[in-house]
Design a binder for this molecule. Structure first.
Ligand code: CTP
Length: 403
């Protein structure tokens, strides 16, 4: 996630009692790094798990715990603290606090702030799996959702009590990602987006193969931006070490043919297909089942290649094709190659760049190429650029776009 993606946002971070309070420390750091200001408010129970001093040092602001705190000149902490807030985030949100919220109770500073708020409220539950499964908790969480409160998580996995199951608080990076998504305009609400990303790997023998230098960063950034814009996103990824962005369904593949099959299996009902993967155009005709050995005096091996299927062209030529977007890294004559490629692939939009200098980099500079001509976009961080590209795609999908 990017530095600066919460720039200008003022957040009230509420901590309630639970061992996951330690995660709120890291979350505060991430939110500040993303440009937000964070006002911490803690319940009495939360102070049993992490001290206000720690949270004050991390947030750089005094922490409030008491409804009758005299530091507010008008003694109206419950109103003043959220007056400037863009959102209140309760992380961790305990069973007890969720029950209070569901009933509109206002017996302490944090619950009163929530009832008196004039901004969105997001809660991040954290509790033992049985407490989460309890019908009363489920009823209360459903009530929060019905009241327009965003419930993030919980995660499943190992719990502090030694049990395993649903109830763990989301990791701080996921809460940060969910918050960034929350503030983005929902330009693709209700749309389904399918993407390919990363390189492919074509085996030569059990230990060697052909691949390329694509890092997958641009494709993953676009997947994240599409999700932030409200789309349901499915990502088919070649071999990369990148983490799956929050909220995205990912399928890992190795070869071009596996990517082709995965895309054709997922494309039905998709509104937008974005082919970002750097797909190998060829594979070796005969993959050796044993490691190819070098023997003294023998000539170097020769490899026979066969062409791989063109995934983008297969999708673009379907009867009910989604809006198709291609990518092309060219070494020269970018504009001419990009327009030719767009027409050859029969797609309404192609995004081109001069590569492979941008492979692995966090920045990219691209041109948009459509039936209207060429538009140059300024060099930008890949996540910021991904948001711009998603806005450009969203603008085009509702108008009949000629190829
Ligand atoms: N692509 C694809 N399947 C392939 C090859 C390419 O889906 N087998 C997609 C890429 O994901 C990208 C676009 O097609 O969106 C352009 O890729 P590129 O490799 O530049 O296209 P090629 O047709 O292979 O052209 P070139 O001869 O320049 O390699």
């Amino acid at each position: 996630m990017n530095a600066g993606d919460l720039a200008g946002k003022h957040l009230v971070l509420g901590l309630t009692g639970g061992i996951a309070c330690y995660k709120a420390a890291e979350l505060t750091r991430l939110l500040l790094k993303a440009g937000a200001t964070v006002q911490v408010v803690m319940t009495e129970a939360a102070t049993q798990f992490i001290t206000p001093v720690t949270m004050q040092a991390l947030s750089g602001r005094p922490v409030f715990t008491d409804q009758w705190d005299s530091r507010m000149a008008n003694n109206m902490a419950h109103i003043d603290l959220s007056r400037e807030a863009d959102a209140i985030v309760i992380a961790p949100a305990s069973t007890d606090f969720i029950a209070k919220l569901a009933h509109g109770m206002a017996g302490d500073l944090l619950s009163t702030l929530c009832v008196a708020r004039d901004c969105p409220l997001l809660v991040v539950p954290a509790m033992n799996r049985q407490m989460w499964q309890n019908p009363a908790t489920q009823r209360n969480a459903a009530q929060l959702r019905a009241d327009g409160i965003v419930v993030l998580g919980p995660d499943s996995g190992d719990q502090a009590c030694g049990e395993v199951g649903d109830g763990r608080m989301l990791e701080p990076a996921s809460v940060h990602a969910a918050l960034s998504a929350f503030f983005q305009p929902k330009l693709l609400a209700g749309k389904r987006v399918l993407l390919t990303a990363g390189p492919t790997f074509e085996p030569l023998d059990p230990v060697r193969g052909l691949t390329n230098r694509s890092s997958g960063k641009m494709g993953f950034a676009l997947a994240r931006a599409a999700f932030e814009a409200g789309a349901q996103v499915e990502l088919i990824a070649g071999p990369t070490t990148l983490e799956t962005p929050w909220g995205i369904a990912r399928t890992d593949v190795q070869t071009a043919r596996q990517m082709h099959d995965a895309v054709l299996g997922a494309v039905s009902g998709t509104d937008i297909f974005i082919a970002v993967a750097a797909v190998s155009d060829w594979r070796v005709a005969q993959v050796s089942t044993e490691k190819i050995k070098k023997a003294a005096g023998q000539a170097a091996p020769t490899l026979q290649f066969v062409e791989n299927p063109d995934i983008l062209a297969s999708v673009a030529n379907m009867a009910q094709a989604p809006f198709c977007v291609g990518f092309a890294a060219e070494s020269h004559d970018l504009e001419r190659h990009a327009q030719e490629k767009r027409l050859r692939k029969n797609i309404p939009l192609l995004i081109g760049n001069l590569g492979p200098a941008t492979f692995g980099s966090d920045e990219n500079q691209v041109i948009l190429c459509d039936a209207q001509g060429i538009t140059h976009l300024p060099k930008a961080d890949k996540q910021a650029l991904a948001r711009t590209l998603i806005a450009e795609i969203a603008r085009r999908i509702d108008i009949a776009t000629p190829v």
